[in-house]
Ligand binder design. Structure first.
Ligand SMILES: [Zn+2]
Length: 102
């Protein structure tokens, strides 16, 4: 089975510090279809993106923009985004997980 796991999995308040999957995605990984897994892998690697991260300008994905009902960030502990100047669009997984929890 394909997995983006880099054997550095660490639960960083809901998101893995190694592969940046949410704990939700890690738990459901085994039962996800291979196309669902590909979609997550493409989002992690920046192949698929909906916008640029307002913090690092790297590709970022908002699942809501992709037409889903929930976004991956809903399953992550809420972060304190007050240090950001503008918060117009979602941060990428890396930047969001680097913020302290709200
Ligand atoms: Zn970022």
């Amino acid at each position: 089975m394909k997995t983006p796991c880099v054997a550095a999995c660490k639960n960083n308040d809901g998101i893995c510090g190694g592969c940046h999957r949410t704990m939700d995605e890690i738990i459901k990984w085994r039962e996800m279809s291979s196309s669902d897994r590909d979609a997550v892998m493409n989002a992690l690697s920046g192949i698929e993106s909906t916008h640029q991260c307002p913090s690092c300008n790297k590709p970022a994905v908002c699942d809501i923009s992709l037409g889903k009902e929930t976004c991956w960030c809903f399953s992550v502990e809420k972060r304190d985004t007050s240090s950001l100047e503008t918060h117009s669009s979602c941060l990428c997984r890396k930047c969001l997980s680097a913020l302290p929890c709200a």
